[in-house]
Design a protein around this ligand. Structure first.
Ligand SMILES: Nc1ncnc2c1ncn2[C@@H]1O[C@H](COP(=O)(O)OP(=O)(O)OP(=O)(O)O)[C@@H](O)[C@H]1O
Ligand SMILES: [Mg+2]
Length: 247
């Protein structure tokens, strides 16, 4: 990988952010995602993983530091502006419109560019073929794993510069969790720069190009996923999680 600035899609530098006055959850977080990379973020409960994604998506107050997307600052921008800058966010829960059909959910993902629907639908159903056959089904009637597919598909409709995923495997059965990781890999192989937060640290590090271990709102470790997986310091800090995942 060349150190070419134009390769950088997302850059967070020394970000401090929090919800309540005087209390920061992110305490100097740094992250770089280059074009085409799959970035994994792991760390204990409450480390600030979801908050980091929310900081990129303008859902928590950034009090210090800088966040750029494609070289331009996005700090302070509202969701619609972030979408037009190419940032797509799939929250952990409540990420589909249950009363709408799959097709209508996908249309919601493309409200800024409805003419591209047919082309984007082809891209998305190339990854999630089963959704293409069920476009008229209400999202509320789908299983958890299927809903997750709809949520990721909705986010992909806008042809994002970066896809932010908060715990795509959460709440799924072990088999469905495996499927979720394979789908995230497929999305990334289709060329989408992706930043994924995951509880399932081992699986996450296995598939990501680079990982960040977040601890108390700071990036404690960073490196290729497969290196972090065997790094004694990372294992020591997260042994419980890794041992549990391996079982
Ligand atoms: N809306 C909010 N208002 C106030 N505090 C919040 C809010 N959301 C999160 N927090 C606090 O921020 C801290 C970090 O939460 P965050 O959800 O980012 O952690 P996480 O690493 O994603 O954890 P988990 O693994 O449990 O999802 C926690 O102490 C949490 O209580
Ligand atoms: Mg979280």
């Amino acid at each position: 990988m060349t150190e070419n600035a134009s390769d950088v899609v997302v850059q967070m530098t020394d970000v401090h952010a929090g919800y309540l006055p005087g209390i920061n959850i992110l305490n100097g977080a740094n992250l770089v995602a280059r074009k085409g990379e799959l970035i994994g973020i792991i760390g204990p409960n409450g480390a600030g993983k979801s908050t980091l994604l929310k900081a990129i998506f303008g859902m928590v107050k950034v009090r210090g530091g800088e966040i750029t997307v494609n070289g331009e600052s996005i700090v302070g921008l509202k969701a619609d502006k972030l979408v037009s800058r190419g940032v797509a966010f799939v929250p952990q829960t409540n990420n589909v419109f249950p009363s709408l059909t799959i097709e209508e959910n996908l249309q919601m993902g493309l409200y800024q560019n409805p003419k591209a629907f047919a082309e984007r639908l082809e891209f998305v159903t190339g990854i999630f073929a089963e959704l293409g056959a069920r476009l008229k089904q209400r999202a509320g009637s789908l299983s958890g794993g299927e809903r997750q597919m709809v949520a990721m598909s909705r986010a992909l409709m806008m042809d994002p510069s970066v896809l932010l995923l908060d715990e795509p495997s959460a709440g799924l059965s072990p088999v469905r969790q495996d499927d979720a990781f394979i789908r995230v890999s497929d999305i990334n192989k289709a060329g989408v720069t992706t930043i994924m937060v995951e509880q399932n640290a081992r699986r996450c590090l296995q598939i990501c190009d680079r990982g960040y271990v977040l601890d108390q709102g700071r990036d404690a470790y960073e490196g290729p996923g497969r290196d972090l997986l065997v790094d004694p310091k990372v294992i020591a800090l997260y042994l419980g999680t890794l041992a549990e995942d391996a079982a």
